[in-house]
Write a protein that binds this ligand. Structure first.
Ligand code: NOJ
Length: 759
């Protein structure tokens, strides 16, 4: 399946430069929308572009003058088109009633929410799901998220996030599919398919929202909300392709971004929104501003005041105003005076109304408000089972010296050490929608549930990472220098057969507004690991984190390491499934793990430069692209992940036919254990009109192999995969020599060169 998606991705990349035909005639509900539009006053039209926040949950700064009374009056007057953060089937019914039963035209509201990796049942964070390299798993998770959220009255998910994230310091990397554009594109496709299904009017599907358009993941130094200054080459080849694919997948909406891009804030970026997204790509859906981002056009220093901000945003193609309250205030007069063409307003309103028709809200505005369905659906047993399976598939085995893993369930004395091991809350991850606090299965619980009678599992907290309040909206109090738990942990480790050492980050060290200058382990976690290793060498490190970590010390000293991210409601069980061998790990890293934070932004698709590091580097020579105090390699490279099986690659074969490259490689499971290997193909265009990266992932396939089994795996690389975007935005294919790499991660590959001639 993945190669089909990969091919589709490349095809879409190619198509991105083709001007699209006008699709407006092909949109359904044109007649219904036009007839409604004809009845609307200017204020009512603007009202449809107005998105208000519910009052009991906040995910951004709230205007101080807010009063529920006023909000209700606005809804009754038809001056609000959609809401976010209004919750429960009954709560949404009540808000819907205000609009439908009181406003002149009775146009229903849409209700949106940040459903990022589940609604009540939490699935692995998106970064973890991408580590499965299994888009079917991702689709299943968002299908269930859609079932739950629609049962709770909601029908618009503000996800998936498709921001390629090359910098581990950026807290929102946890919401992405990592550093690679192809992974973000194919996972985005799967999440959208899962949420939207084939039919938005199906009671169990929701409108998706591809966000944040565009390049939000390139914030300078990984600082959330900060300036983005990237080349057009990076914009076209890295940042935009996942969004292009989302549009082709039929995503219902797109959210723009907080950041500026080379001097123009995304919300006011006409070229991006009006020309590329709605023009070249022919996107027929709704473009939503991010929270107050129209107002932030002023803060950016782009618009002088709210009037100018309104003009810039509507002209650029931002249809819906989320919580700036600028459209409601400015647009009626701007349209009346002819400063803003009414056709722009009508286009935006049409998009909103069309989506409401597609969702079936005009047939029955209360169709998603069924309290009984809500009660039956949330946390259904099969949802938890799925969360456990997706969880186990997202785990990456990073090291397994002496085959320490899997452990036998009859291991007599197991020590579980680490504050994070005992948390039923951290497991849920950041952006956990409506998951109840402390509702997940902790790693300690998961291990206790998995061991045989006669085994003992004892716990010691060891380190103290976080103290006091833990919350989505407040910074954490990270603790340094508390060694009070060391003696007990060391004593327990010394008398145990094996130590499961859970280390990493609190989930609220990641997510929106949670950038870090240091992506190493906080507090004295590394120090404790060293102390434990002195008394017991049988240590399994279980990493919990939402970004790549710089942990060279752990990587070299702890014999077994599992990257387990935040896996959601069933985390403890999923981790135990892998630790005790009920599931053979098959995940691969969607992000590179560096030696030091100072290497960030650290991603595999770097350019060669004029002075790449040669062998002379080993001899200590200076004048090459290297650091004097660190390797510039990854500790764990992109695409890396071990298994309880072992796989061997034969020499791949390459041939060229009709300007396409055929790749064939035989992969053998050299162990007795059945397992899954993800075979990856990268290319390098050796000489190009604009220089190309040293590797670029173009395709991958997950291959299940029984013990001892061999399989020939084939790929065909088409012109769409071999070509690239020029800085002008034009897609080209250039004849010449390509190096093709095949392997189980970006570093350990076998390669060959081919010459491809394009007509
Ligand atoms: C701001 C975030 O950037 C966006 O992703 C989210 O959907 C909105 N807040 C609404 O909560």
């Amino acid at each position: 399946m993945h190669y089909i998606l990969a091919a589709a991705f490349c095809c879409l990349v190619f198509l991105a430069c083709q001007p699209g035909a006008d699709q407006s005639d092909m949109e359904p509900f044109t007649r219904e929308v036009d007839s409604l539009l004809a009845q609307m006053t200017l204020e009512e039209k603007v009202g449809q572009l107005n998105m208000y926040n519910g009052t009991w949950e906040f995910t951004g700064p709230v205007p101080a003058d807010e009063s529920n009374q006023k909000k209700a009056e606005m809804i009754k007057n038809g001056q609000v088109g959609a809401m976010l953060n209004v919750l429960t089937a009954e709560g949404i019914r009540a808000a819907q009633q205000l609009a439908v039963e009181n406003s002149r035209l009775g146009i229903p509201l849409m209700f949106g929410y940040d459903v990022i990796h589940g609604y009540k049942t939490m699935f692995p964070i998106p970064l973890a799901q991408a580590a499965s390299w299994d888009t079917a798993m991702a689709r299943r998770s968002s299908q269930i998220a859609a079932r739950e959220m629609t049962a709770a009255g909601l029908h618009w998910a503000f996800g998936p996030m498709l921001d390629v994230a090359p910098d581990g310091r950026w807290g929102r990397i946890m919401e992405s599919a990592g550093e690679d554009p192809l992974l973000n594109a194919v996972f985005g496709w799967a999440w959208i398919e899962g949420l939207q299904g084939d039919d938005l009017s199906d009671l169990h599907t929701a409108a998706a929202c591809a966000k944040h358009f565009a390049a939000y993941g390139f914030a300078e130094a990984g600082l959330d909300y900060f300036t983005v200054d990237i080349s057009d080459q990076t914009l076209y080849n890295v940042a935009l392709p996942p969004f292009k694919m989302a549009v082709e997948s039929g995503v219902a909406s797109v959210m723009n971004a907080f950041n500026e891009i080379n001097g123009i804030p995304a919300t006011g970026h006409k070229k991006l929104q009006r020309d590329i997204l709605k023009g070249e790509w022919n996107f027929p859906g709704v473009v939503l501003s991010d929270w107050a981002s129209i107002n932030e056009l002023i803060t950016h220093g782009y618009s002088a005041d709210r009037r100018e901000a309104a003009i810039a945003a509507i002209t650029a193609g931002s249809d819906v105003d989320m919580e700036s309250r600028i459209y409601e205030e400015q647009l009626p007069e701007l349209v009346r005076s002819g400063v803003v063409d009414e056709a722009l307003l009508d286009d935006a309103v049409r998009r909103v109304l069309t989506l409401k028709f597609k969702l079936g809200l005009f047939d029955d505005p209360y169709r998603y408000s069924d309290a009984q369905r809500e009660q039956e659906t949330l946390l259904a047993a099969e949802h938890l089972t799925a969360a456990r399976e997706v969880g186990a598939a997202s785990i990456v085995l990073l090291r397994n010296e002496g085959n320490l893993l899997p452990l036998s369930a009859t291991t007599k004395r197991i020590a579980v050490i680490g504050q994070l091991a005992n948390s039923k809350d951290v497991v849920l991850g950041s952006w956990r929608a409506q998951a109840d606090a402390d509702s997940g299965v902790s790693i300690l619980e998961g291990i206790r549930d998995a061991v045989a009678t006669g085994s003992t599992v004892e716990f010691a907290q060891g380190y103290n990472l976080v103290e006091g309040r833990r919350s989505f909206i407040y910074d954490l109090n990270l603790v340094e220098g508390d060694r009070s738990g060391f003696p007990e942990a060391i004593r327990l480790a010394a008398q145990s057969d094996v130590v499961i050492m859970v280390i990493g980050e609190d989930c609220y060290q990641t997510g929106e507004g949670r950038s870090q200058v240091d992506i190493g382990l906080k507090g004295n976690q590394s120090e404790l690991v060293n102390e434990i290793l002195k008394v017991n060498q049988n240590v399994v490190a279980v990493l919990m984190n939402g970004r790549p970590l710089a942990i060279p010390e752990i990587a070299g000293s702890v014999p077994a390491i599992l990257e387990t991210w935040y896996l959601g409601s069933e985390m403890g069980h999923a981790v135990a499934d892998v630790i005790f061998g009920n599931v053979n790990p098959s995940g691969k890293l969607p992000v590179s793990f560096p030696h030091h934070t100072g290497q960030e932004p650290f991603y595999y698709y770097k350019k060669n430069s004029g002075r790449p590091v040669p062998n002379a580097f080993d001899a200590g020579m200076v004048f090459w692209a290297h650091y004097t105090d660190s390797s510039n390699e990854a500790v764990f490279p992109f695409g890396f992940g071990l298994s309880y099986s072992s796989f061997a690659y034969d020499e791949p074969e390459f041939s060229v036919e009709n300007s396409e490259v055929n790749v064939s490689v035989t992969v053998t499971n050299t162990s007795e254990v059945a397992g899954i290997e993800t075979v990856q193909v990268y290319i390098r265009d050796i000489a190009a009109s604009e220089t190309q990266p040293v590797r670029r992932l173009v395709d991958f396939k997950r291959v299940a192999l029984a013990g001892g089994e061999s399989r020939q795996v084939r790929f065909t690389l088409t012109a769409d995969q071999l070509g690239y975007y020029l800085s002008s935005g034009q897609f080209i294919t250039e004849s010449g020599v390509f190096e093709i790499f095949v392997g189980g991660n970006v570093r350990d590959t076998r390669s060959g060169r081919v010459e491809v001639i394009f007509d």
